[in-house]
Design a protein around this ligand. Sequence first.
Ligand code: 2PG
Ligand code: MG
Length: 424
Amino acid sequence: MQKISSINAIQVFDSRGVPTISCKVTLEDGTSASAMVPSGASTGSKEALELRDNDISYHGKSVTKAINNINNTLSALVIGKDPNNQKEIDESLISFDNTEDKSKFGANAILAISLSVAHVAAKANKIPLYEHFSRVYKDITSDSATHSMPLPMFNILNGGEHADNNIDIQEFMIIPSGAKNFTEVMRWATEIYHNLKKILQKNNHSTSVGDEGGFAPNLESNKEALKLIVDAIKETGLVPGEDVNIALDCAASEFFNGKEYILKGENEKLTSSAFVDYLDDLTKNYPIVSIEDGMDENDIEGWKILTDRLGPNCQLVGDDLFVTNKKILKDGISKEMANSILIKFNQVGSITETIETIHYANQNNFKSIISHRSGETEDTTIADLAVGLGIGQIKTGAPCRSDRVAKYNRLLWIEEESNSILLK
Ligand code: 2PG
Ligand code: MG
């Protein structure tokens, strides 16, 4: 195999117009590939550190320090290595950084290299990236992964930190659970999305969109949002709860004041157990099958109550709670919190650690959902990761805005080129 001969990173921009890193890895024979790093808004406090310059340019958000770390320091660790050795490369970067949260060189710098190494290896091996990720999974865990198309959660109505409206719950998502293949998944999702737009227009609501491409109207309450979505599903000729289900990301840390959950729309302040009652009531009245970050990341008691009450019938996803970190997941599982995990590679900062966390989740009967960040680029790596590891679920925003649709379009091509890969 050709060895890595150079690495070059530059500053590019994400979907919010905020600087991020694009990194290109080149092999001795000139084969090259690049990848870009995403960025979150409602971040978990234990995420690996996204290194930003914090000076006056770009409102403090430029990433030249991280880029210089790649070009001037980290590149020396990787040049001369075989790009198939993802684990060895990632581990050399992690141990050279030698901090718990990758704060010395930046998790964004380390991840940029980690991702682009995977891309160049797939290209050099002349195999699709998802196929390469299956191989890397096997290398790292000794277990095999089966390819499958993931079922998406489409975030069609945005609130919380992702929109300038009065909705507390961050994401209202539709899951086309009854679709027969990925093409049908996309047809249903886009038809529902456009019907929701018409319904909002008819009711004199704004149809401007939030960070993830979902509509961001001002509404009376979270319940009104759910009602409008159910109407849009019906309007599409589909059956809520059968053809199409609903998932929520409460991102509850954003409206927890340390004691109570503050619901602006509903004008209510709820204790943990009262907020569990509130969520329980929502699941009884709407076809909700998955709730992410239903509780604040530090509300351990709340998480236990939620898991105990809703866990048997509902997917309870830890995002800010687990931050894609195997150690934190392990602790959460021992405390019986949640029953599934959201996977975002920039929360932990490398492909190897991401795969180790997914493997640990698999071994413990925790479901994984591969996820974008609210600040995204046209990079589609997560689509291949979802297919290659047979994860079964992906959330990557509305079927609107190219930063979101790029991932769905990549999945359509994977389905086209390998029609033997079926929905999980
Ligand atoms: C989330 C994500 C992605 P952010 O909370 O799940 O939807 O948002 O990237 O802002 O953390
Ligand atoms: Mg989340």
